[in-house]
Structures are given as structure tokens and as C-alpha cells.
Ligand binder design. Structure first.
Ligand code: NDP
Ligand code: GDR
Length: 322
């Protein structure tokens, strides 16, 4: 019999790609989704798997819900991808962000401890925890310096994951994933905001693109490859933490330049800097060192920056043309 996995945040970018990967490996997959007024299965439908996932109402705000869901499924593995994941919003909603992104993880870990300590747990940690970076590049030993309520919340969750491992022997892993993007990326994140605008401008549906800090640099990878690393972490003999990245960094400006040039346009004719999108505190530079993941998991990225930009622009051009 195949393994049973519960994915929280199934409606998000990574939830969809991870679900597809696990289904392909023969898992029975339960997808936790919070109640919304509109069913939000677009990403699962895009991958053709919306009928293969066992969808289940699950909100990280509600401990009783978490306990009943885990008891009902008795999964072998839980992948916690649910979060208030947008850094910019976390400055406006720090309390909600902490409730979901930090305390939500305490609810999950303690439910595992109570119900079945043998359940393996993956926590979606983030390169945002490095914030004002203390070393370049960043690896598992780099000290943290979070710069947003989101990053502070993720850091709590990260340390709690380690704490449950050390205190109770929970098989709990933390994947410190650097930015990873795809055609399924949410529209508010800068990469998708750019590629969507490029497609709309090319088709005459939009005249300009308003962005914040063009000089911020990120280590951008391809989401379908990153979910593979999550899976690999839970298949090891010992739980551990891993940086997942490409080892390359590029600015938002470079992303925009390449995306516009892909359709024969000059970004300088369309991109306007708008203080509305400047954050109260910024993470200026991220670049990850994934050598531990390469050595221990046999994981390495294949899709690089220019290929990623191309995949996303071409997808959005097709989408707009429909
Ligand atoms: P998304 O924003 O696309 O997905 C987040 C998911 O969390 C959605 O399914 C969302 O549901 C769900 N969610 C939000 N609040 C709750 C709640 N209270 N209870 C249950 N579910 C909730 O994020 P990604 O897929 O990009 O990222 C997955 C995880 O990885 C997140 O935790 C993110 O913080 C983290 N991460 C992401 C990186 C990236 O570059 N993508 C890098 C490093 C870490 P709904 O659809 O209803 O909003
Ligand atoms: P990030 O991603 O904050 O790194 O978090 P985002 O794409 O939102 O921002 C990246 C950088 O671009 C700058 N920027 C803009 N960002 C947005 N969203 N919109 C703009 O108009 C804009 N202009 C410039 C930002 O200031 C920033 O420097 C993502 C999320 O997926 C997190 O959940 C995850 O943990 C981290 O990646 C790793």
C-alpha cells in the first residue's frame, strides 16, 4: 500500500506541485484547505489532479480541526505549506501572520506529538529568515536576521520544528527554501506580477507596470524542482534542515529587463517606480548555498534564471491570448 500524505496549503503554488509529485509516486494525498467563499482549485485543475486529491477543510487557526483531521487520516507524512506567505501584507497584518505562520506550526507539531509521534513532518521555512544577511552566500549555519513579521513568524516555526525534534524525537525537517517561482505563482509576487504585466502590455491590455524596489536581489528557482527537495527530506534516515536554492542571484530590475526583452520590449518604457510597493524594511540580497542538499539529498536545481523567466512569460502570453 502507498503512503499517506497530508499537505496543508494545498491550494497554493507549492501545494499543487507537491501533490502532483506525491500522486505520481503512488501516495494517497489529502489536501488541507481553509474555507473560502469560492472554491480555489485552479492550480490543482491546471495540473489535472483536482479529482485525485482528497480535499479536507483544515485551518491552521483551529486546533480542534487540526487534531480531528490528523486523527482521521493518520498520515505517514505531513507537509506544512500553509501560511500567510506574502511578506508585504505581513507588515499590515502582523498578528494574523503570527497566528497562522508561527503559532499554526505549534498547533501542528503538538498535534503530531499527541496523536502519533512517528508522523514525519516537513516545515516550509524560508530564506526570508536570513533577512539582513550575515554571510554571503547563506547556508544552514548562517545566523538569522529577520526583517518582517512574516520572517519573524517563519523563524519561530523553524526553531520550534528543531525544538520538537530535539525534545520529543519528532521526525521534523525544515526546508529553508529560497524564492521559487512558476506559472502557478501568485499574482502579487514580483516575478508573476512582472510576467503577467509583460503579457498584458504586449497584447495592449495594460500600459505600465508599477513596482517597488528594483535593486532587491533574489535567488530565484523553479518551484516543481523545489517540491522534490521537500519529499527527499522526509525520506532520509534522520531528520535535518536543508537550504534549497540555485546559488545565483539577480535583481528585480534584471528580471524585468529579461522578461520585457523576451517579447521585444524595453522595460524602461513601461516600468514605473512606485513608493506604494516599498517595504518598511527590505531584504536586499539573498543567495543560497545548497551544497548540503546536493551532498545529502542528491538534489540540485536544473532550471536557471533565464529559463525560468522564459517559462513564466510564455505561460502568461498563452493565458492572456485565451
Ligand atoms: P502560497 O501563498 O501560494 O500558498 C499558501 C497556502 O496557505 C494557500 O493554500 C493558502 O490558502 C494557505 N493558507 C493561508 N492561511 C491559511 C490558514 N489559516 N489555514 C490553512 N491554510 C492557509 O505559498 P507557496 O505555495 O508559494 O509557499 C508554500 C509555503 O512555503 C508557504 O508556507 C510559504 O511561506 C513558504 N515558502 C515559499 C517560498 C516561495 O518562494 N514560494 C519560499 C520559502 C518558503 P488560500 O489559497 O485559501 O489562500
Ligand atoms: P519575497 O517575494 O518577499 O522575496 O517573498 P516578492 O516576490 O513579494 O518580493 C521579492 C522582492 O521584490 C521586491 N519588489 C516587489 N515585490 C512585490 N511583491 N511587488 C512589487 O511590486 C515589487 N517591487 C519590488 C520586494 O521588495 C522584494 O525585495 C517570497 C514569498 O514567497 C515568501 O513566502 C517566501 O518565504 C520568500 O519569497 C522566500
Amino acid at each position: 500500500m502507498g503512503k499517506r500524505a497530508l499537505i496543508t496549503g494545498i491550494t497554493g503554488q507549492d501545494g499543487a506541485y507537491l501533490a502532483k509529485l506525491l500522486l505520481d509516486k503512488g501516495y494517497a494525498v489529502w489536501g488541507g484547505m481553509r474555507r473560502t467563499s469560492n472554491l480555489n482549485l485552479g492550480r490543482l485543475a491546471f495540473l489535472g489532479i483536482e479529482d485525485k486529491i482528497r480535499l479536507i477543510p483544515l485551518d491552521l487557526m483551529e486546533q480542534t480541526n487540526i487534531l480531528r483531521v490528523i486523527e482521521g487520516i493518520m498520515p505517514d507524512e505531513i507537509y506544512n505549506l500553509a501560511a500567510q506567505s506574502f511578506v508585504a501584507v505581513s507588515f499590515e497584518q502582523p498578528v494574523l501572520t503570527a497566528e497562522v505562520t508561527a503559532v499554526g506550526v505549534a498547533r501542528l507539531l503538538d498535534a503530531i506529538r499527541t496523536i502519533n509521534p512517528r508522523i514525519r513532518f516537513y516545515q516550509a521555512s524560508s530564506s526570508e529568515m536570513f533577512g539582513k544577511v550575515q554571510t554571503v552566500p547563506q547556508n544552514e549555519k548562517t545566523p538569522f536576521y529577520p526583517r518582517s513579521p512574516y520572517a519573524v513568524s517563519k523563524l519561530f516555526a523553524h526553531w520550534l520544528t528543531i525544538n520538537y525534534r530535539e525534545s520529543y524525537g519528532t521526525f521534523a525537517c525544515s526546508g529553508i527554501l529560497f524564492n521559487h517561482e512558476s506559472p502557478l505563482r501568485g499574482m502579487e509576487f514580483v516575478t508573476r506580477k512582472i510576467t503577467n504585466a509583460v503579457a498584458r502590455i504586449k497584447k495592449g491590455l495594460q500600459k505600465e507596470l508599477r513596482l517597488g524596489n528594483l535593486e532587491a536581489k533574489r535567488d530565484w528557482g523553479y518551484a516543481p524542482e523545489y517540491v522534490e527537495a521537500m519529499y527527499l527530506m522526509l525520506q532520509q534516515s534522520q531528520p535535518d534542515d536543508y537550504v534549497i536554492a540555485t546559488g545565483e542571484t539577480h535583481s528585480v530590475r534584471e528580471f524585468a529587463e529579461l522578461a520585457f526583452s523576451h517579447v521585444g520590449l524595453d522595460y524602461r518604457d513601461f516600468v514605473k517606480e512606485d513608493p506604494e510597493f516599498i517595504r518598511p524594511a527590505e531584504v536586499e540580497l539573498l543567495i543560497g548555498d545548497y551544497s548540503k542538499a546536493k551532498e545529502k539529498l542528491g538534489w540540485q536545481p536544473e532550471i536557471r534564471f533565464s529559463e525560468l523567466v522564459k517559462i513564466m512569460v510564455e505561460h502568461d502570453l498563452k493565458l492572456i491570448s485565451r
